[in-house]
Design a protein around this ligand. Sequence first.
Ligand SMILES: Nc1ncnc2c1ncn2[C@@H]1O[C@H](COP(=O)(O)OP(=O)(O)OP(=O)(O)O)[C@@H](O)[C@H]1O
Ligand SMILES: [Mg+2]
Length: 244
Amino acid sequence: MSFFASSPAAPPALDLAPGAPLLTLRDVEKTYPVGGSLHYVLRRISLEVRAGDFITIMGPSGAGKSTLLAILGLLDHDWRGEMILAGQPMHAMSPKQRTAFGRQHVGFVFQQYHLLDDLTVAENLDVPLEYRGIRKSERQAMVADALDRFGMVGKKDLFPRQLSGGQQQLVGVARAVIARPALLLADEPTGNLHSAQAREIMQLFQELNRQGTTIVQVTHSEENARAGTRIVTLKDGWMTEGEG
Ligand SMILES: Nc1ncnc2c1ncn2[C@@H]1O[C@H](COP(=O)(O)OP(=O)(O)OP(=O)(O)O)[C@@H](O)[C@H]1O
Ligand SMILES: [Mg+2]
C-alpha cells in the first residue's frame, strides 16, 4: 500500500539526518490548581526524540498522555521546563510563535478528532496545506489524492456531524498526514476504528516512518505499539522507558 504515490511533492520540511536530535524535553512539568493546592499531571519529563523514531506512549487512563502530546504538539503553552524542537528553544518562544512553528512542522491526530464543524471533509483536509502556504491548484490535487487513498471521495462534501465516529477519525488521520509533517503526533489514532482499518493506519504510519517522518503515538493497543520501535510509559505523571 502506498498512500502518497501520486502526491505532488510537498515543500521542503525540516531536513534532518536520521538519528539527529529532533525533539528534546528537559524537566517538563504541568500542574493544575485543584482546591488550593497543585495537582501534578506531568513530573520532570525528560525525553529525547531522534529523527526517524517511532515512539509509542502507553500508560493508564489519566496518566497524562494526552497532556504530554498536546505540549509536544505546541498546542498547550502552560507548562514549565525546556523543549527544543529542530534546534529551536520552544520554551523561549511566545505562544504565537510556537503555534506558527507547529503548523509548519507538526501533524496532530486528536483523541476526540477536533475536525472543524463548519468545514466539509475536503475543506478540513485543505487547512494544513493552507497553513503551509501551498498553491491552490497543488492543494486541490493533494486533497483529491488523500480522499482517494483514505476511501472518502464520496464523503468529501459532508460535514463532520454527518460522519460516523470512525469516519471522523479517518479524516483526522488524513488531515494530520496530508502536509507530510516532519513530526507526526497521534493520540489514540485508531480508538474508533475497526481492527482492519486500524492495521491499515498503522501500516500507513510505518510507511511514513520509513520515508522519514518521526512519529510519537499514544495508544492502549499492544498491537499498535508493535508498529513502533520504542515504548515509553507514563504513570501518575512520571515517565519510564519501556513497558509498564
Ligand atoms: N483542566 C483540568 N484541571 C485539572 N485536572 C485536569 C484538567 N485537565 C486534565 N486534568 C487531569 O490531567 C490528568 C491527565 O489527563 P490526560 O487527558 O492527559 O490523561 P490520558 O493519559 O490521556 O488518559 P486517557 O488514556 O484516558 O486518554 C488527569 O488526571 C486529568 O484529570
Ligand atoms: Mg488521553
